[in-house]
Write a protein that binds this ligand. Sequence first.
Ligand code: ZN
Length: 293
Amino acid sequence: MSLALGIDLGGTTARAAVVERGSGRIVESLKATWVDRSVAAVVRETAGLVNTLLSAHSGVRGSIGVGFAGMLNGPVVVNAPNLGWRNEDFGTPLCAAVGRPVQLVNDLSAAAWGEYSAGAAKGATDSFTVFVGTGVGSAIIANGALVTGANFVAGEFGHVKLMAEGGRRCGCGQDGCLEAYVGGARLELWMKEEGLAGTASQLEALAEAGDATARRLYDFAVGHLALAIANQVTVLNPGVLVLGGGVLSRCPGMVARIRDVVAQRSTVASSVLKIAMASLGDDSGLVGAALLS
Ligand SMILES: [Zn+2]
């Protein structure tokens, strides 16, 4: 049985797993919670998980894949806001500590690869994956390969602009980004400014209950999210559109709106397009990181 090892590394925890290459099945997984977020401490803790798993599973082959919530360039983490890292080489010391090559990939790319290999997009050659949770992220798989872009930042869908000028401030420092309206963290801030209590996932229920302010914010956010997705479908012609993340998975009305708008406004949304929810849950990034390695 051929095995791979992957890591899903976030701002508070990391999970590492040994995964079957053919099926994407998780054979064993371990978790660490950060006490110290310095690069040296995160390398040490992560290497501990990897070395424990490697000593228990002699069939692990190839490099170690790490799905990382941040902007990357080879082994270097260019920017990881939730760890407070800028231009830190994480891959090289981790590689030295585990004695194997290490491949860092963006967390959304890892999740998309997991869904493509073993989840909702299995069997397709072209997929577009959108996750809406705290932020908005996407990844593109075309002709069976992950699209990385010339500078490894392709798929920054959360930062497409909704208007030619101005708009709400986004966490990236620019104005008018999709994420500034739809990402859970920014949407909650907007709700608060408008006098609405609750989380981003609760906005749908507030709007459906007849709250006029909630309806206005919800229609703007979801309408623009759905249109942006429809426009990407027009450009990419994916076989499968995979939707997921903490907000989208809790808001069936958002998913229904996306389905309607893609059907009406995308010029290539033909009968071949399948729209599916991510099916691996919290494991899509973990499985994808392993299978990309
Ligand atoms: Zn932005």
